[in-house]
Design a protein around this ligand. Structure first.
Ligand code: AMP
Length: 177
């Protein structure tokens, strides 16, 4: 049997121990980007569950979410909306803070990017605690938009993203435990 997409992804994604700090096993997706056929297959597979669901906007989370969010938006015929870390957006925006292991971070979206007529899909590379995706979901809700769900390449099953995102449809391509 030929290897599944999940198996091919698992062999392509590179584990970098202790990056960016001791104790973190960083999942490096750059080898996936280097393989044109695999990258195309990944973004098509990320979009597939959401075809025909009326997605109007893809909210791509800085920074690796941008790489996957662009092609996914094009597959879905949806607008691409960057969700940026604090201080990067030039125009009027809203901000949501979320907790990190030590301290906090924030994500922002332009206030005119989505509205009550929008149905959004949130895209990123990795789900760990789910805190970034949950804050992005709150940004969408604050602007009145509906959130269809979340699409990522990788989920880390040993971290609490399922609890953080309870009740949200989450689609992932490969799970590490
Ligand atoms: P979280 O908010 O904890 O779900 O973390 C998700 C964000 O942090 C995503 O934007 C990921 O790119 C990044 N991230 C968290 N953990 C990892 C990891 N082990 N390897 C690569 N990226 C990670």
């Amino acid at each position: 049997m030929p290897p599944t997409l999940a198996q091919r992804l698992a062999s392509s994604i590179r584990d970098v121990p202790d990056f960016p700090k001791p104790g973190v096993m960083f999942k490096d997706i750059t080898p996936v980007l280097h393989d044109p056929a695999l990258f195309a297959e990944v973004t098509a597979a990320m979009a597939r569950p959401w075809q025909g669901k009326g997605i109007t906007h893809v909210l791509a989370i800085e920074s690796r979410g941008f790489l996957f969010g662009g092609p996914v938006a094009q597959h879905l015929g949806a607008s691409l909306v960057p969700v940026r870390k604090a201080g990067k957006l030039p125009h009027t925006h809203v901000t949501e803070h979320y907790a990190l292991e030590y301290g906090e971070d924030a994500v922002e979206i332009h206030s005119d990017a989505i509205d009550a007529k929008s149905l959004v899909l949130i895209v990123d590379d990795v789900l760990a605690t789910g805190g970034t995706a949950a804050a992005t979901r709150r940004l969408a809700h604050r602007l009145g938009a509906g959130v269809a769900g979340i699409a990522v390449v990788i989920d880390l099953a040993f971290l609490p993203w399922r609890r953080t995102l309870a009740g949200v449809q989450v689609e992932t391509l490969v799970s590490f435990s």
